[in-house]
Design a binder for this molecule. Sequence first.
Ligand code: C2E
Ligand code: MG
Ligand code: MG
Ligand code: MG
Length: 288
Amino acid sequence: EAKMQGRGLYCVFEPSMGEHLRDRRQFEHDIRHAISRKELRLVYQPQAQLQSNEVFGFEALLRWDHPERGAVPPAVFIPVAEECGAILKIGEWVLRTACAEAASWQQPLAISVNVSAMQLHGGNLPELVGAVLKETGLDPFRLELEITETCLIKDIGRALAALRQLKSLGVQIAMDDFGTGYSSLSNLRAFPFDKIKVDQSLIRAVDTSDEAAAVMRAVFGLARGLKLPVLAEGVETDAELTFLRQEACDAIQGYLLGRPCPISDFAQHTSGKGRTPASRRQSNHELR
Ligand code: C2E
Ligand code: MG
Ligand code: MG
Ligand code: MG
């Protein structure tokens, strides 16, 4: 009887698994062609210093407008692009597009670009970054590369060599999503980071939960010991902001300051001109 059930299940699942594989192959095919089909674009999210309230830079975030599926979130397509290798070309496009954009601004604001593990281990990231800086004329100090811990655990020696080469170009390196991975504490000490970006999961509930607040205070203590500035990601509420101010957090990013948007929405920051009435209406990226 069990055998029959097993068989039955097999028969039921087989076609759908075949469909799933076809779907997956189609999805990979679509990702590979997303650049040439001009389906990718970048949105930019402001980052501000907490003491001065000043927007000092933007993080570039990738968006894919698929002709049939609509907007596909990066959390869905980045892992697939990593698995099929398409992330190398996509990451190059992101770097080049973000640096060219930032080089066109009248204000020398910082630009943060996410780098995935495969790019870091692929071997030529420092060469690529050097070439893009030269090509776009962007001051290396304005470029920050965001690296997650999982990028670093695969081949520590190789990752460290690549990061040192990148540092020698003059770019900044931030640890992204701090608090979500593992082996983070030893990595923080071993790698040449300039900043810690604390994941939004650690920010959430700092104002309502003593335990969440204690974890966040421990992160600030650690960062002070290592003399690294902290940026809190995903700040959404005034209560979270108040806590972060009390703890002397250095910088924030999040919906409270501004959602990721086309760069034209932030013209008052990038053009050096005053705010336009239109931008004043649609934006809330100024702290109270
Ligand atoms: P990330 O690098 O940690 O980027 C921050 C994410 O948090 C973004 O999600 C952003 O939209 C979201 N976020 C910002 N503020 C808030 C907030 O106040 N509340 C909430 N709930 N969310 C907030 P997004 O754009 O969906 O990107 C997700 C992840 O995809 C990124 O996380 C990053 O790991 C990856 N990603 C995005 N663009 C690229 C890229 O160009 N290259 C690579 N390799 N990865 C990318
Ligand atoms: Mg990031
Ligand atoms: Mg990231
Ligand atoms: Mg992050």
